[in-house]
Design a protein around this ligand. Structure first.
Ligand SMILES: CC(C)(COP(=O)(O)OP(=O)(O)OC[C@H]1O[C@@H](n2cnc3c(N)ncnc32)[C@H](O)[C@@H]1OP(=O)(O)O)[C@@H](O)C(=O)NCCC(=O)NCCS
Length: 337
């Protein structure tokens, strides 16, 4: 499909023209079969599993796909489902539509319904692999958290980053206790850095580029309690073995949370600093101001003048920027226990 088709599709969906290119990985599904989505009256157990409640659940039930849906929105739902099915087991990054600019909530929620439809197959796959039911449930609860975050950030129902939730559905993300694990291989990519090829000779075998690893992610599920982190890391290796069928001895993390500049501002006994201390850091990393604004102030842009600092972290974030400094997303690694 060419640029023209993406533009026409974006316009039919009521998207900002700038979002047209984000449709590239779904426009190829010109006539996808209907996603196997049951009726709203039977959706309760799946919505429970996805942690969708309150206003989000009510909105999703009220908007449930039916004959009255615009054709473009229904196509999007079915194309998203086709994307999920095509990508099961596929490693690496796959772009997903950016639907934030859609005024029609049905368009914004089309990927959510696709994920709802794909949930039974995910549950079955996890069970077949021997991934614990608690891990499956925790992994899926991230859907509800992200839909809730969308409401927090934009004031209405939607899913800002279906690209993130798509990871879970293709078997690339598992939540075990406090942390999430994304099976991967060591090497650079996006904001993730790794040792250069010339350093490879001096590195232990398990740290060489291309070796299996897990990228760690920190969901917003409350404090980063060190005991909970330790318990999660102890469990992680077994979960990864089930998920990948092989041993994964090393985990990496690329995050603003690993920026050592935080040490200037946070108490040495704080959870974030204790987390940092588990990792061996690589080089200078990637720009991190946007991530910091997203995860600290829940803003999609770096807008120091529009936010108010109450916590020590918030004050530190603004202080560094005020001095002309910048936050970095740093990569670090650790050996899984
Ligand atoms: C990671 C996280 C759980 C750490 O929270 P925590 O366990 O409370 O962290 P600490 O105990 O080290 O907190 C130290 C200080 O920073 C504050 N703080 C921590 N995270 C904060 C956040 N996201 N926003 C605002 N303030 C925060 C705490 O309130 C505390 O300040 P205080 O001393 O004035 O009370 C939290 O930042 C979070 O949920 N982040 C979002 C997820 C995320 O960033 N994931 C990584 C994506 S790359």
């Amino acid at each position: 499909m060419g640029r023209m088709d993406r533009s026409l599709t974006a316009s039919a969906l009521g998207l900002d023209p700038a979002a047209a290119s984000s449709l590239s990985t779904v426009v190829g599904f010109a006539e996808p079969p209907p996603a196997p989505l049951g009726p709203a009256s039977e959706a309760g157990p799946v919505l429970d599993l996805l942690g969708l409640d309150g206003a989000d659940r009510a909105d999703l039930l009220a908007l449930w796909p039916d004959e009255g849906w615009p054709r473009a929105a229904r196509w999007l739902l079915d194309a998203c489902y086709a994307r999920v099915v095509a990508d099961v087991g596929r490693p690496g990054w796959v772009d997903w539509p950016d639907l934030v600019s859609a005024a029609d909530a049905r368009v914004r929620c089309a990927p959510v319904y696709a994920f709802v439809a794909a949930t039974p197959a995910l549950v079955e796959r996890h069970a077949r692999l021997g991934v614990g039911r608690d891990v499956t449930e925790a992994t899926l609860a991230d859907v509800g958290r992200h839909v809730a975050k969308n409401r927090d950030m934009f004031g209405h129902v939607g899913l800002e980053l279906p690209v993130w939730i798509a990871l879970h559905y293709r078997g690339s993300l598992f939540e075990a206790g406090r942390l999430q694990y994304e099976p991967s291989r060591l090497g650079p990519g996006g904001a993730v850095t790794w040792y250069g090829a010339d350093a490879g000779q001096g590195l232990p075998e398990e740290l060489r580029e291309g070796r299996p690893s897990a990228r760690l992610h920190i969901p917003e599920t409350g404090p980063l309690d060190p005991v909970a982190v330790e318990e999660s890391l102890k469990r992680g290796r077994a979960v990864l073995a089930a998920a990948t069928g092989g041993d994964v001895p090393v985990a990496t993390c690329t995050s603003w949370l690993l920026d050592p500049q935080l040490k200037r501002y946070l108490d040495p006994g704080s959870n974030i600093i204790a987390f940092q201390d588990r990792f061996t850091l690589l080089d200078e990393g990637a720009p991190g101001d946007e991530d910091v604004f997203r995860f600290v102030f829940r803003r999609t842009r770096v807008v120091p003048d529009e936010v108010r600092a109450t916590t020590r972290l918030e004050r530190g974030v603004l202080d560094l920027l005020g001095r002309g400094g910048h936050w970095r997303a740093r990569t670090g690694w650790l050996r899984l226990p």
